[in-house]
Design a protein around this ligand. Structure first.
Ligand code: NAP
Ligand code: F7E
Length: 461
């Protein structure tokens, strides 16, 4: 991350001068410095030096009002003579690394036409100048893009002007493999490729082709109960699959930053004395899924330390939405309650009502994923609401919203119990909030209301 330092001393000016003298290209073409006239520092408010780690990489102007003042940050050896900056002052114009800024005289209609045809957009104007910007699109690859989280993350990244690539798993019903992202696909907003976490060649192939800046590893066999039925498959996909991806990135796209979808299921029944789970809570998983996720979590930390790879573990607690698979308890209960209220179903077969979970909304949680990859240093972060409810609370709230008493409709069914249950989850997200400024928009209640309304609308009400 680029650091900004205001020029305050003679020493700073000397540092700037020596960089300009020594830079191989770029600033030599910059009009003021051709003459080595450093009085311009005061006159035109060239007031900042920029550092990447400890190296001074450029200087910048922050005065956009005055004509003839260059905008943004000029990197010493990255300047091409027209205001090109590899690094730009983000706060100034909402720019990202790699964006190109330039200024064009307002009466130079030919230049204006050329830059427009090169996709530069006017972002500001002064009396005599247009300030134009061309964004370098950041490329993201999302494994499991058709999952609940993948679909919300894809929308978030598109809104941030990313070039979005995703992997889908082949299914004999082709509608199924892109059901949550049909709109995005049909409007040409995402690029899809077949790949499977267990098939490393497919991962190498897409990584070589895309060379993504950011990789979000969301693909998994993600159902805890099913992981008891298919433990080896779950370990292969949810555990070793992550290692396949890390090796593929290490081989063909080592610059990529990686988000790993770790899970609160990794904690098992360990709880800190204050009743919460957090980054430091010991991990004692109680399901094949949890064990596979612990392997992935650890191998990510290992690759981060051993190879300096840029990998973040997001330890996310349960998050739901209308797009949640209906074999997870929230959407199962909401869908059934709506159907019962409409006379379409009589009973709801359910498992352990006493288990409690910290349920948030997937839309809020994908923001946390993105924030992690924008942070300076790879790290591990818990994402949770800090509020816990039992499955019974969930049933009570949902049925009563529809004017029903859940007790009249539920049937306890052994089939839905797990051989070993994770009883309580409640997460502490202080680190995520303090370090990265994450905020949660939804509560348990507003999330369930959205889900209830979704199913009512689905059934035409
Ligand atoms: P999800 O809805 O089950 O989505 C998982 C995605 O992975 C699906 O698109 C699935 O494709 C794909 N997938 C499954 N096996 C694959 C394989 N072998 N190769 C490639 N892709 C494969 O899960 P989610 O709720 O979006 O969760 C996203 C990630 O976060 C998962 O890793 C999950 O374990 C983790 N997580 C979720 C939560 C939560 O509460 N939602 C909490 C913590 C962590 P198909 O649909 O075609 O099978
Ligand atoms: O179960 C109980 C069940 O399947 C929640 C995944 O996204 O979050 C999810 O895993 C609780 C459990 O989610 C039924 O026993 C009762 O205690 O909705 P779930 P999960 O197992 O917590 C974690 C964080 C992940 O990482 C996972 O990928 O509800 N429960 N009766 C039931 N659960 C289900 N599914 N169905 C029932 O009938």
């Amino acid at each position: 991350m680029l650091k900004q330092k205001k020029i305050t001393s003679e020493e700073d000016i000397e540092l700037l001068k020596s960089h300009i003298e020594n830079s191989s290209k770029g600033t030599k073409t910059f009009r003021y410095f051709e003459k080595r006239d450093f009085s311009v520092l005061q006159k035109h408010k060239i007031t900042f030096l920029y550092f990447n780690n400890d190296e001074c990489v450029g200087y910048g102007h922050l005065d956009t009002e005055e004509d003839n003042v260059w905008l943004g940050v000029i990197v010493f050896d990255g300047h091409n003579g027209m205001g090109y900056g590899k690094y730009i002052v983000k706060s100034l114009t909402n720019c990202y690394d790699g964006d190109i800024l330039l200024s064009v005289d307002k009466d130079n209609s030919i230049a204006l036409k050329i830059y427009k045809s090169l996709s530069f957009k006017i972002i500001k104007e002064t009396e005599k100048l247009y300030i134009m910007k061309k964004s370098k699109k950041i490329k993201a690859l999302v494994t499991g893009i058709n999952g609940q989280d993948g679909s919300y993350l894809a929308e978030l990244l598109i809104n941030k002007n990313y070039e979005v690539w995703g992997t889908v798993k082949r299914n004999s019903v082709s509608e199924t493999q892109s059901s949550r992202i049909e709109n995005l696909r049909d409007n040409g907003l995402i690029n899809l490729e077949y790949a499977d976490l267990t098939d490393m060649a497919s991962l190498i192939s897409i990584l070589s082709k895309v060379q993504p800046d950011e990789v979000y590893n969301l693909a998994a066999q993600s159902h805890v109960r099913v992981s008891f039925d298919q433990p080896i498959y779950t370990a292969n996909v949810t555990g070793v699959g992550t290692l396949n991806l890390l090796e593929a990135v290490r081989m063909v796209s080592p610059h990529s930053k990686i988000y790993q979808a770790s899970s609160s299921e990794m904690f098992g029944n360990t709880i800190d004395e204050d009743g919460y789970q957090r980054e430091t809570t010991p991990m004692n998983p109680v399901s094949p899924y949890g064990c596979a996720k612990v392997f992935s979590y650890n191998i990510c930390r290992n690759y981060r330390n051993a190879y300096g790879m840029k990998i973040w573990n997001g330890i996310l607690f349960n998050h739901e939405s209308p797009r949640r698979g209906t074999n997870f308890v929230t959407n199962k209960v909401v869908k059934a309650a709506v159907r019962i209220s409409l006379g379409l179903q009589e009973k709801l077969h359910i498992g352990n009502l006493d288990a409690s979970r910290d349920w948030g909304h997937a839309k809020d949680y994908v923001v946390a994923m993105w924030l992690m990859l924008q942070s300076e240093k790879p790290n591990d972060y818990v994402c949770a609401t800090g509020v816990s409810h039992t499955v019974r609370d969930l049933c009570e709230y949902t049925f009563s919203k529809l004017g029903l008493d859940y007790k009249d409709y539920i049937v306890i069914d052994k089939k839905h119990f797990r051989p070993e249950e994770l009883e309580n989850l409640k997460g502490d997200s202080s680190k995520l909030k303090n370090d990265l400024g994450w905020v949660q928009e939804y509560t348990f209640e507003t999330m369930l209301d959205e889900m209830i309304n979704y199913w009512l609308k689905y059934y035409g009400k």
